[in-house]
Design a protein around this ligand. Sequence first.
Ligand SMILES: Cc1cc2nc3c(=O)[nH]c(=O)nc-3n(C[C@H](O)[C@H](O)[C@H](O)COP(=O)(O)O)c2cc1C
Length: 230
Amino acid sequence: MNPMSSRRRFLALAGAGAAATAAMKGLEARGQDEASKIKIVAVACSPRKGKTTATALQVCLEAAKEVNPARIEIELIELAGSSIPWEPAVGLPLEAGRADDFPGVAAKLSDPAVGAIVVGTPVYFAGMSALCKSFLDRCGMFRRQNFALSGKIGAVLAVGGVRSGGQELAIQSVQAALMCHEMIVIGDGRPTGHFGARLWNTGDDDILKDEFGISTAKNLGQHVAEVLLS
Ligand SMILES: Cc1cc2nc3c(=O)[nH]c(=O)nc-3n(C[C@H](O)[C@H](O)[C@H](O)COP(=O)(O)O)c2cc1C
């Protein structure tokens, strides 16, 4: 049985109804041509460019690419330094002259080759960063466009300054937002297999020192790639 039909059968057997239909819509959109390239985009929602969230996401993306370098393309989008105002999400006008960089980000996420989106956020007071929330609120436009992200894989990574500083809480609230798009939300794969990548910045911004956290980032990337290709 080819992987596409076995996945279709699994979804049907699971009785997932509308979710199965949505998942298959996404699969068919990205998987008609089994040999086609599939893109995984990671969005780093820290206002600090090139710091721990971005580094951890890059590790996650590289692990995903290793699963099948011939088919998987990766891209890291850093929101640091960009202006992602929330006002348009609620229909309020922007002040004259205020920049809005969201349309450029949205264009990248709209690429039909994108099969998975990994959202990375620093933990701020046990939740996601304000930049991450603004980004997710603006992504509401995809929902209004006939659920344009439906069927894509969604995954989340969070970095905190403490081992258990709220990473899981931040992950959960980002995952909930992704579910509103009919995205298929998954966590990190085995052996760490839990809710997503959860990392600890011990204070010097060298996130590569957090061996366990880095392993969750790698396992997240691998799992995203494996599910995408299945
Ligand atoms: C406003 C603020 C609130 C924070 N709150 C938490 C927190 O609740 N839990 C935690 O583990 N770390 C917290 N941190 C630490 C950051 O999550 C941590 O430094 C992270 O590595 C920053 O990500 P970045 O390097 O990508 O900017 C907080 C940092 C700031 C600036």
